[in-house]
Ligand binder design. Structure first.
Ligand SMILES: [Zn+2]
Length: 792
């Protein structure tokens, strides 16, 4: 090309140089016509020459300008780094199965749904499908397919549009930089970056990065998450037919994916297969087989363009009674969508719901983010979250709660079915690990729905008494196991008698032993204990030691909330479980935890939750309180007697809010602490105080949890001794005491020994001026019960 131009240019120059000679000849009056012709030719020549020079100069200027212009983009070519790109990754949730193995149970993904897969995991035919469709000279070019670029540029210039001439390398650059403006500058910059990328990385690196970043419909990015999203598979399981579907949609994934448009997706799949076949990447047999392969989609896909028809399609459309012939086959698109998502997308159990919320809150604290930011971070951070959930027990609990019939022991059937009374359950071990939880009776309405185990704040009734009052009274040596407490209401400043007991009486006026006061859940004695301890002591123990966050700092600092559990708002069931753990852990409080570890996508620890507990009471005090709770379940007349399990020690406490708003039961075995509560979400009256049957519900579930490996009894505290006490005075018995039973005492703080005179008023303790612990056998009721206890 340049050779031709040079010759022409030389000829031109010769012509110009010869011009003066021609003029001289004309002065010699030669042929005028010839002169005229020569003159005209000369003018034309000069003009042409001038024009040509202008073109050349312009070209030079343009070329220089363009070179300078392009060189500035060359600098920015070095800012693409495959090893350090801000990817958005899918997060995973794991839990242990019955064999103790970590099992993936949930994936979280937000705007970009991405699962990183290594090249070795991606089948060759999947790789080939993408190169065949998108960049057939991928392995030959150096980042840019010039032939195609020129063709596309010309086609764009003349037709105003062009096919995507980008190589896989260029597309990768576009994906990584997020620079997708349609301008010549971007294209030039992209070309330089692509060329540069090819110098720095191998084809394998580039294709791997591309296959992990390529948008494949909606929030799905990369073949790893697409394999799961469309086919419910891992990437290594993708067939040729499936790979062709993915490769076929890359041009316009939002409209060419099978969920968006099945027919167009099928067309693109066939096109991709044809490309693969023509490029010799698959055999004739493979080609023919892939064209007709029955592809099974994870979500329902209408029609049978892929030879597969989900049987549930028929089930849902049934007789097609309302089918509109002119529509796409659905009489109600919304219903169809709802069906589809309900059926397939609600895969998250109550535990996972609660765990996600806790993780977001913790990430937000750890990283100084708002809740919304932390949530977004969780869904794209590629975290791995290891739950404390016991999959086996959780599954049993979910099954148990799914069936409303399991709750009719405690409650009237219509109330549950028609009025939607609800219940929740939290089961923990004694290291703060939440083993299982359920947030509602019946079918779970959706992912992340209202969770009564962690979110409902309701009263807890008498389950309050041991955690606020009796445990503290034992720990502060106000009472021991058999201390005598006055069963008598107090007189309020305005002169009224308060409180009454559950049975409606204002107390016998006599003295009852501590274990009996707990067993019968006497309101009178609980209020008297709170009086001795002081409201602030009880309140602060709940808020500061047991981490109860929902108390009202004004209205809950009173006897009724503190001693009887009639809280202004209430507590969450999770907090109640945490509080009761101390009676099985030897007085160490562990905040209930749903997970133990969060790592990032490089498996680096983000949050690790060590089971570090806080000692909130002495271990002997915790064990003695545990024995008080045993009186509730392990006697024939205890309020929690239905919770008893054959061969397994159970201790616990019932609860009823006195205005019939909730029923509650906290039950402990040597391995687990389980709390259950029944009530309405809006805290209205449930119309019953039949507390004892909720212990039965607890029992009916817990018998599924215990087995031959379960610990049979609570470990005895080393500082606690079993001693015979005199049932008349509550003091250590002598041979002269007629009625005795066995009690549990701190070895270094034993009660005095009964002097066997059994006189009134002999062992008086004074607290705030009021006589409390006076042996007074005006009533013999307690004595009878004592003897029944001693046989247990
Ligand atoms: Zn005695």
């Amino acid at each position: 090309m340049s050779q031709k131009k040079t010759n022409y240019l030389n000829a031109d120059v010769e012509l110009e140089e010869s011009t003066p000679a021609v003029k001289k000849k004309s002065k010699k009056k030669q042929n005028k016509t010839l002169n005229t012709v020569k003159h005209v030719l000369g003018v034309i020549g000069t003009t042409f020459l001038s024009l040509f020079m202008i073109v050349i100069i312009t070209c030079c200027i343009v070329a220089v300008t363009l070179t300078v212009y392009i060189m500035q983009f060359a600098d920015s070519a070095f800012d693409v780094d495959l090893k350090n790109v801000d990817l958005s990754y899918t997060s995973f949730i794991y839990a242990k199965n019955s064999a103790g193995e970590q099992v993936e149970i949930k994936r979280l993904s937000g705007d970009e749904n991405r699962i990183w897969v290594n090249m070795e995991q991606i089948p060759k035919h999947t790789q080939d499908a993408f190169t065949a469709v998108e960049d057939k000279r991928f392995y030959e070019h150096e980042g840019v397919d010039w032939k195609r670029t020129v063709r596309v540029t010309i086609s764009t210039l003349f037709n105003g549009y062009g096919e995507g001439g980008s190589t896989i390398t260029q597309q990768l650059v576009k994906n990584i930089t997020g620079d997708d403006r349609v301008t010549p500058e971007r294209k030039i910059r992209e070309i330089f970056r692509a060329l540069n990328l090819e110098k720095q990385y191998t084809k394998i690196d580039i294709l791997e990065a591309y296959l992990n970043r390529v948008p494949l419909g909606g929030t799905v990015y990369g073949v790893g998450s697409a394999a799961y999203y469309y086919f419910g598979k891992t990437v290594d399981q993708l067939t040729i037919a499936e790979s062709a579907i993915l490769a076929g949609m890359t041009r316009s994934p939002s409209v060419l994916n099978p969920y968006a448009n099945l027919e167009r997706s099928k067309e693109r799949q066939l096109y991709a297969l044809k490309c693969m076949y023509e490029q010799g990447l698959i055999t004739t047999d493979e080609y023919e087989a892939a064209k007709t392969e029955q592809v099974k989609f994870r979500l329902i896909v209408e029609g049978d363009a892929y030879g597969y028809k989900d049987p549930r399609y028929d089930e849902y459309y049934g007789n097609n009674a309302n089918k509109d012939e002119n529509s796409d086959g659905y009489d109600d698109e919304d219903t169809y969508e709802a069906y589809r998502w309900n059926e397939y997308e609600i895969t998250q159990n109550w535990y996972v719901d609660a765990a996600i919320q806790q993780v977001i809150e913790d990430l937000s604290k750890a990283k100084g983010m708002t809740y919304a930011e932390a949530k977004a971070d969780l869904y794209k951070g590629g975290y791995k979250i290891y739950l404390n959930m016991d999959m086996d027990i959780q599954e049993k609990l979910e099954t148990f709660f799914k069936d409303p019939n399991n709750f009719f022991y405690s409650y009237d059937k219509t109330a549950i079915e028609e009025n939607c009374a609800q219940a929740a359950f939290v089961l923990t071990d004694y290291r703060g690990n939440v083993v299982a939880l359920a947030g509602g009776i019946g079918d779970k309405p959706g992912d992340g729905c209202f969770n009564r185990a962690t979110q409902a704040i309701l009263p807890i009734g008498s389950t309050m008494k041991p955690i606020s009052v009796y445990g503290q009274a034992v720990d502060k040596d106000v009472i021991n196991y058999s201390s005598m407490i006055l069963d008598k209401c107090i007189t309020l400043p305005e002169g009224t008698s308060w409180p009454s007991n559950f049975e409606g009486d204002y107390g016998s006026g006599g003295y009852i032993p501590a274990w009996y006061a707990v067993q019968q859940s006497k309101n009178t004695t609980a209020v008297r204990m709170a009086q001795v301890l002081g409201i602030d002591t009880c309140f602060n123990f709940l808020t500061d030691k047991l981490n109860v966050t929902t108390l009202d700092y004004t209205y809950d600092k009173a006897y009724s909330p503190i001693a009887l559990g009639q809280l202004t708002q209430g507590m969450t069931l999770m907090e109640l479980a945490g509080a009761y753990q101390i009676f099985g852990s030897g007085g160490v409080y562990y905040e209930p935890k749903l997970y133990n570890l969060i790592t990032d996508y490089n498996d680096k620890t983000v949050i690790e939750q060590e089971p570090l507990g806080d000692r909130v009471m002495e271990s002997d005090s915790a064990y003695i309180t545990n024995r008080l709770l045993k009186a509730v379940t392990d006697t024939t007349n205890g309020s929690g007697r239905y919770a008893k399990i054959d061969g397994i020690e159970v201790v616990g406490k019932t609860g009823t809010s006195n205005d019939e708003r909730v029923l509650a039961f906290a039950g402990l075995t040597a391995d687990y602490c389980g709390v259950i509560r029944l009530g309405f979400d809006d805290n209205k009256n449930i119309g019953t105080t039949n507390y004892i049957y909720l212990a039965q519900v607890w029992h009916n579930f817990m018998v599924n949890v215990v087995n031959e490996d379960s610990t049979k009894t609570f470990a005895k505290d080393s500082n606690v001794v079993e001693k015979k006490y005199c049932t008349e005075t509550g003091l250590l018995a002598t041979s002269k005491c007629k009625n005795t039973a066995v009690g549990y005492y701190k070895a270094d703080n034993l009660p005095k020994t009964c002097d066997s005179t059994h006189k009134d008023g002999e062992y008086v303790k004074k607290h705030g001026g009021e006589t409390l612990l006076v042996p007074d056998w005006g009533t013999q009721k307690a004595e009878e019960d004592t003897s029944s206890t001693s046989s247990n």
